[in-house]
Design a protein around this ligand. Structure first.
Ligand SMILES: Nc1ncnc2c1ncn2[C@@H]1O[C@H](COP(=O)(O)OS(=O)(=O)O)[C@@H](OP(=O)(O)O)[C@H]1O
Ligand SMILES: Nc1ncnc2c1ncn2[C@@H]1O[C@H](COP(=O)(O)OP(=O)(O)O)[C@@H](O)[C@H]1O
Length: 207
């Protein structure tokens, strides 16, 4: 296993099992992969992930969603939205995604993940361990995301009640070469789901 950050612990040893990733894929009938949904707040990451999860379940494919808002209630409840905290948030959920993908699950990870470097680290965690990783850019203009404002957060950010809000007074570095690019302000949800499923089929991840 490749390490992506400095490890503090010493005298620890990797312990292999007898059941392989291939064995697990054969049991499930599909491969594991992480689909990494990145985009502005309100761009549609959670909406697309929920719809893809449903479509996969209908095909008998085991998937699991990891969502920023949810994860920040639990394992990452000690992190805020500074660049350092977002980096640690993404590192931890990247590791969790990697573990789930190794089990054979189709992982649907939805995080704003605004920085190139943090997303590149998650890709590396997967690729260094021969795990499939697909960056899915959930692309939506700031104007459209702000007019949706499903949680009223843009309104609060504009009013100065939230500081460091992505897209308003905090950066979002758009992916340059995502495996999939979905313009949610120009496509229907049905077409977005179809594009994801097709892409998984084309890569031989699901039948
Ligand atoms: N300052 C600030 N900036 C951006 N988002 C904020 C902020 N404060 C709270 N929220 C809420 O937190 C959700 C984003 O969490 P993430 O873990 O995805 O963020 S990040 O990847 O670490 O940047 C985000 O969820 P989504 O709207 O689903 O993206 C918001 O509900
Ligand atoms: N084509 C589309 N794809 C995804 N979401 C859409 C689309 N059109 C409108 N929406 C709406 O945009 C909002 C996106 O919110 P959400 O999924 O919570 O975004 P995020 O998880 O990125 O913050 C939802 O209210 C959803 O119904």
């Amino acid at each position: 296993m490749t390490e992506v950050v400095e490890r503090k612990a010493t005298n620890i040893h990797w312990h292999d099992g007898d059941v392989t990733r291939g064995d697990r894929a054969a049991m499930l009938g599909h491969k594991g992969v992480t689909l990494w949904f990145t985009g502005l707040s309100g761009s549609g990451k959670s909406t697309v992930a929920v719809a893809v999860e449903k479509a996969l379940a209908a095909r008998g494919v085991l998937s699991y969603r990891l969502d920023g808002d949810n994860i920040r209630h639990g394992i990452n409840s000690n992190l805020g939205f500074s660049a350092e905290d977002r980096q640690e948030n993404i590192r931890r959920v990247g590791e969790i995604s990697r573990l789930f993908a190794d089990t054979g699950v189709v992982v649907l990870s939805s995080f704003i993940s605004p920085y190139f470097e943090d997303r590149a680290l998650v890709r590396k965690m997967h690729e260094d361990n021969d795990l499939l990783f697909m960056e899915v850019f959930i692309d939506c203009s700031l104007e459209a995301a702000e007019s949706r404002d499903p949680k009223g957060l843009y309104k609060k950010a504009r009013a100065g009640e939230i500081r460091g809000f992505t897209g308003i007074d905090d950066p979002y570095e758009a992916p340059l070469q995502p495996e999939l690019h979905l313009r949610t302000d120009q496509m229907t949800l049905e077409d977005e789901v179809e594009a994801v499923i097709k892409s998984l089929q084309e890569r031989g991840i699901i039948i």
